[in-house]
Write a protein that binds this ligand. Structure first.
Ligand code: ADP
Length: 852
């Protein structure tokens, strides 16, 4: 089987090479191929004229023989059907030409495409007049030709060529090697389908289908010879080809046949099959509607109906021409006058082309799945639930391919008059950014479209800093940036995904929880999960104290005496109340609890501590502190505020003040692990664990001079939950302060009593990153999202869940250490296996991955 597969792929490679060489040949001998084709074209045209002249009477006879009921052509029904067919052909051709224009807006290319189609038609007609004389007289030949030919594949080839590199010959060769096999198969399939009509048994239809088959083959030959030559010539002249190749690269999807073309072909084939079947059925012989040969048998019209018949005949013929002519005019007018002003946008992700109305808002596509390529205007989203927004992503907001870049002055005028840049094309906006008229960091605001802002910023920085593919690899779609703007991040160019695992169920205060943990450290979640399992139904009991968030401005007084006076003033209850009033007035939730004052010479560090409801509260306390300082300044005008934060707070730095006085939530958790669980799950006993805890977490940490570090790895659990639930990850420094204690207990002295004390957990369930979609989902999983009925209830619960998880993780790691399991389990869940082996061969990697 494998050998067969290999043979098959070798054949494909050879085939590709042949096409490649052929394309290169056509491109390198462009003039020869073009001149030869033109010469042949001229001959073919004259052959046709000659044949027309020489065999006119013969063909008339032939046609009369083939279609003895020539009169039937003028029957109203026939005329209506033929009009519909012709209109369909015209509309289809129009669609193809506009497609061509959408994919490659170069006029030369359009001309080349249309010309090669025209040449194919002339060749077909010439061949028909030479070998199948009765075919040559088909007056619907042009329409038929329009129906079977695929003009857009020429544009696809151009696109493939431009995406293939700089060498012109190689470009066309590559394009042919990519599109040649598809075109061959397509032609064969289409010829087979149309061939069904050729066997229909209806003479006129048979002729039409034979002509169509011939047209398909000729069109194919022109496509693989004349068109590549033309293309290389056009590529030479076309300016801005680089633009095309970067903005609109050839994608694998382009090799897939156009669904509309396929649909039209299928409908045609089905129609022909129907005609084929009905014409062979006995009853059709009586009706004689389709088979012209039978119309001779129909009764001649009564004499008094002759006049009426001639009117009907005249009307049907005239109506036919009137309808066709009107349609043709309408299409030409539409193409010439209106096509250019339409804003065609190209979806950079799935390379589909969409239209945006001039007053456009961005086009959104649902998901990244090309199959779910449903585009809707944002107008359609009015009344749409905003919470569902993240699943929608504007993928092609306004890459208007055909819209010409307006001059700088005009763009500036539009931008300044509207105050927004949303009416400008991507190209125009980038131009304004490059000329410093729009600050790069303000893109989302001036566009009033966060995703478009992010997309354009990526483009700008990719070219400005030559980051190219590196930025492209950073994900950015399917993310609700509206929640990020002015809240969580600036200069956004995308996001990184961090896997979220769960540990649990972990029973805390009698209730089971699944704890979401965002981490890239293998074994962490599994280890915590083991701890939760050992805790089991007994669960963890927690106590939470809302200490409050702190902010400590540094203020300087002229001398130590004034500094002392200031301290005394603040220690007075009435004065404190004055300051508290000012502080509390800044928020519904901020409530000042204490001003703890540190002294260093004439400098005072005023550590404001306030409860902040369910918010972590850093902003809230800063605002309050600032207002309080204003009041203080009224009484001490000689006081100078050195810094709103004097590092006595202390935020995001290791400091014993938080360990001693607490910050945020102070949480204490306890549990007892039975000797059975210790034996069965941890493969150890209480005494061993308690001993290790004393030596490692107490003595070892003391020896290291650690502050708040009397634990095994609290920061692991804290940070994983912080990232999952949208906490400030940098606050893991203070928040990871933890003292883990283990004692032997129980009647038999074989159970283990464990506590974790965390005096400074800085957590919140409103504000900051908690509003982001994924993070708020994790808070929801824990049932603590947003503001609780009683202020701080949710944030306190989150604190106790974090502490309980820390306890589970501590237990598990300590057990692994006493069993010397640490290295073993890390090898089993070895997150670094991929990194280590990245340099090694792929085979080795595939062998290692299943062990992970
Ligand atoms: P932080 O102060 O933690 O940095 P923010 O600056 O976002 O967070 O402040 C929290 C915001 O949320 C404040 O504007 C506050 O009024 C509002 N808020 C709404 N409900 C609550 C709540 N229950 N607890 C705290 N803040 C709340």
């Amino acid at each position: 089987m494998r050998r067969m597969g290999r043979k098959f792929s070798t054949k494909i490679v050879i085939m590709m090479k042949v096409w490649d060489a052929h394309g290169e040949f056509c491109a390198k001998h462009q003039w020869e191929v073009i001149v030869a084709t033109l010469a042949l074209l001229a001959c073919a045209a004259s052959v046709e004229r000659h044949a027309n002249h020489a065999t006119r009477s013969e063909r008339c006879a032939g046609w009369a023989r083939a279609c003895p009921g020539l009169e039937a052509e003028y029957q109203a029904a026939d005329a209506v059907i033929m009009t519909i067919v012709r209109c369909a052909a015209l509309l289809y051709a129009y669609y193809q030409v506009s497609n061509l224009q959408k994919i490659a807006s170069k006029y030369l290319l359009i001309i080349a495409g249309v010309f090669s189609t025209f040449a194919s038609f002339i060749f077909t007609s010439a061949l028909a007049s030479l070998f199948w004389t009765e075919l040559a007289s088909i007056k619907d030949a042009p329409f038929l030709f329009l129906l079977v030919t695929d003009v857009a594949r020429g544009a696809r080839m151009a696109k493939a060529g431009w995406s293939a590199g700089d060498d012109q010959g190689k470009r066309v060769g590559k394009a042919l090697s990519l599109l040649g096999p598809t075109a061959t198969l397509d032609t064969l399939l289409a010829a087979l389908l149309v061939g069904v009509g050729g066997l229909s048994g209806v003479p006129r239809l048979e002729h039409m289908c034979t002509f169509a088959c011939l047209a398909l083959l000729v069109d194919y030959l022109v496509f693989v010879t004349f068109y590549p030559a033309c293309l290389s010539l056009v590529a030479d002249f076309a300016s801005g080809k680089k633009e095309l190749s970067t903005d609109n690269p050839f994608m694998e999807a382009d090799l897939k046949p156009n669904p509309v073309v396929q649909r039209v072909k299928m409908i045609m084939a089905a129609g022909l099959l129907c005609v084929h079947l009905t014409s062979r059925w006995p009853w059709t012989r009586d009706s004689g509607m389709l088979d012209g040969s039978l119309s001779n048998n129909s009764n001649p019209l009564p004499h008094d109906n002759v006049l009426l018949d001639s009117y009907v005949k005249w009307f049907s013929v005239s109506a036919d021409y009137i309808v066709i002519a009107t349609l043709l005019c309408a299409l030409i007018i539409k193409f010439v006058f209106f096509e250019e002003t339409r804003n065609w946008v190209i979806d950079m992700e799935d390379m589909t082309v969409k239209e945006v109305v001039p007053s456009e808002k961005p086009v959104f596509t649902i998901g990244e799945d090309p199959k779910a390529d449903i585009s809707v205007q944002t107008d359609d989203l009015i009344g749409y639930d905003e919470t569902e927004w993240p699943t929608l992503s504007p993928s092609a907001s306004a890459t208007k391919l055909n819209a010409k870049r307006r001059p700088m002055a005009e763009c500036l005028e539009i931008y300044r008059s509207e105050g927004l840049a949303s009416a400008l094309t991507d190209e125009e906006i980038i131009m304004l950014v490059e000329q410093s008229h729009i600050p790069l960091h303000r893109l989302e605001t001036v566009l009033a479209d966060p995703l478009r802002g992010v997309r354009l910023r990526r483009k700008v920085i990719a070219s400005r800093f030559q980051t190219g593919d590196a930025v492209k690899s950073l994900p950015y779609l399917n993310y609700d940036y509206s929640k990020v703007m002015n809240a969580c991040c600036e200069n956004v160019i995308g996001f990184v995904g961090i896997p979220v695992g769960y540990a649990g169920p972990l029973v805390v205060d009698g209730k089971p929880y699944m704890i979401p943990m965002a981490t890239t450290e293998g074994a962490l979640v599994a280890s915590t999960n083991r701890g939760a399992k050992a805790i089991g139904q007994r669960g963890v009991t927690s106590v939470v104290e809302d200490i409050g968030m702190t902010r400590a401005p540094a203020v300087k007084l002229p001398n130590v005496v004034r500094a002392h006076e200031c301290r005394q003033w603040l220690n007075n209850t009435d004065n404190y109340d004055l300051v508290k009033e000012a502080f509390d007035s800044t928020s519904r939730f901020a409530r000042l609890q204490e001003i703890h004052i540190g002294v260093d010479g004439a400098t005072l560090y005023l550590r404001f501590r306030a409860t902040t409801g369910d918010a972590m509260g850093m902003n809230m306390v800063s605002k309050g502190a600032e207002n309080a300082l204003k009041v203080l300044k009224n009484y001490f005008p000689d006081m100078e505020v050195i810094s709103l934060s004097g590092n006595y707070c202390s935020d995001k730095k290791a400091a014993s003040i938080n360990w001693v006085k607490g910050r945020g939530k102070r949480v204490v958790c306890e549990t007892t692990i039975s000797s059975d669980s210790l034996r069965n799950i941890f493969k150890t006993d209480a005494r061993t664990l308690a001993r290790c805890n004393k030596i490692k977490n107490l003595s070892g940490s003391a020896l290291a001079g650690s502050i708040g570090g009397n634990n095994a790895h609290a920061a692991n659990m804290v940070t994983a939950i912080f990232i999952a639930t949208g906490q400030d990850p940098a606050q893991n420094i203070t928040s990871s302060n933890c003292s883990t204690s283990m004692e032997v207990c129980g009647d038999t002295g074989e159970d283990l009593y464990v506590t974790c004390t965390m005096p400074s957990l800085e957590v919140g369930t409103v504000g900051g990153g908690t509003v982001l979609t994924g993070q708020s989902a994790c808070l929801d999983i824990l049932g603590v999202r947003g503001a609780a009925e009683r202020p701080a209830e949710n944030s306190a619960k989150l604190g106790s869940l974090i502490c309980a998880t820390v306890l589970a993780g501590e237990l598990s790691l300590m057990a692994a250490l006493v069993n010397s399991d640490l290295v073993k389990s890390h090898m089993r869940h070895n997150r670094s296996a991929i990194n280590i082996n990245q340099a090694a061969s792929t085979t080795e990697l595939t062998l290692k991955v299943p062990q992970l």
